[in-house]
Write a protein that binds this ligand. Structure first.
Ligand code: SF4
Ligand code: SF4
Length: 215
C-alpha cells in the first residue's frame, strides 16, 4: 500500500469506515475494526522496521482490567453467548471476587478510577483462555487491537510497549467515543468483567465504573 493511501485525518478515516459499513452491510464498530486493522496490517507488511513480538498465546498484556465502550460490548455479547458453557464456568470463578471488590471500593473508585487498574493488575482478563488465547478474539475491543510491543513483555514498565501506535488507531479511538456520545451512551461502557457480570445479574453490580482506556 502506498503512503498516500493512508488516511491523514479523522475525516478521511471516518469516510473509509462509513464506506465499509455500506459495502459490507456491517455495524459501525465492525467496520471501524476492519478498517483500522487492515491499515495496520498493510503498513506492517510494507514497513519491516516495526515488527511486533506479539503472537498467539502471548498474553502478559491480558493480565489486567480491559475496558470497552457500550457499542463494542454489543459486538462481544454474541461471542459470549456462543460459548456460554465455557464462559459460565469462568464467570462463576471471577464474579464473586469482583462483586466483593466493588462493594468495598466503589466509592473510592468514583474519585480515583485509576485505582481499578492497579488493584486488578496481574489478574487475568475474564476472556483469557487457559492456553493464553483470547476467547472473544474476533470481537476483542479496540484497546486490545491497538497495543503492541517489539519485545515480548515481561514487565508492566517495558518501554517497547506502545498503545495506539498509528495515527488511524487514534482516529478510531476518537470516533468510537464520538459515536457513543452521539447515541447518548457514553456512560454505559466499562470494564469487561463488570459488563460480563451484568449479564448475570444487573441489579447487584455497580454502575459507577465508567469506560476508560488503559492509561
Ligand atoms: S503487547 Fe506484549 S504481552 Fe501483549 S501480545 Fe504483545 S508482546 Fe505479548
Ligand atoms: S479481551 Fe481478549 S485480548 Fe483483550 S485483554 Fe481480554 S483476553 Fe486479552
Amino acid at each position: 500500500m502506498l503512503i498516500d493511501q493512508y488516511p491523514f485525518s479523522k475525516k478521511e478515516f471516518e469516510k473509509l469506515v462509513r464506506q465499509a459499513m455500506e459495502e459490507e452491510k456491517i455495524s459501525f464498530v465492525r467496520a471501524l475494526y476492519i478498517v483500522s486493522d487492515g491499515l495496520t496490517n498493510g503498513w506492517r507488511e510494507g514497513q519491516q522496521e516495526i515488527k511486533p513480538a506479539c503472537q498467539r498465546g502471548c498474553s502478559f498484556c491480558c493480565y489486567q482490567i480491559a475496558t470497552c465502550t457500550a457499542i463494542e460490548w454489543e459486538e462481544i455479547v454474541p461471542f459470549v453467548m456462543r460459548q456460554k458453557k465455557l464462559f459460565r464456568k469462568r464467570l462463576h470463578r471471577m464474579r464473586g471476587r469482583w462483586l466483593q471488590y466493588l462493594e468495598r471500593n466503589q466509592y473510592k473508585l468514583v474519585n480515583d478510577p485509576e485505582k481499578l487498574l492497579g488493584d486488578w493488575r496481574d489478574t487475568p482478563c475474564i476472556f483469557l483462555g487457559s492456553n493464553g488465547d483470547c476467547m472473544i478474539y474476533g470481537a476483542r475491543p479496540l484497546q486490545c487491537r491497538t497495543i503492541d510491543s517489539s519485545k515480548t513483555c515481561e514487565s508492566w514498565y517495558q518501554p517497547e510497549v506502545r498503545k495506539y501506535r498509528f495515527l488511524w488507531e487514534g482516529f478510531a479511538y476518537i470516533l468510537l467515543e464520538e459515536e457513543q456520545k452521539r447515541l447518548g451512551r457514553d456512560e454505559e461502557g466499562g470494564s469487561l468483567i463488570n459488563l460480563a457480570s451484568q449479564m448475570e445479574s444487573p441489579r447487584r453490580v455497580s454502575r459507577y465504573i465508567i469506560g476508560r482506556p488503559l492509561p
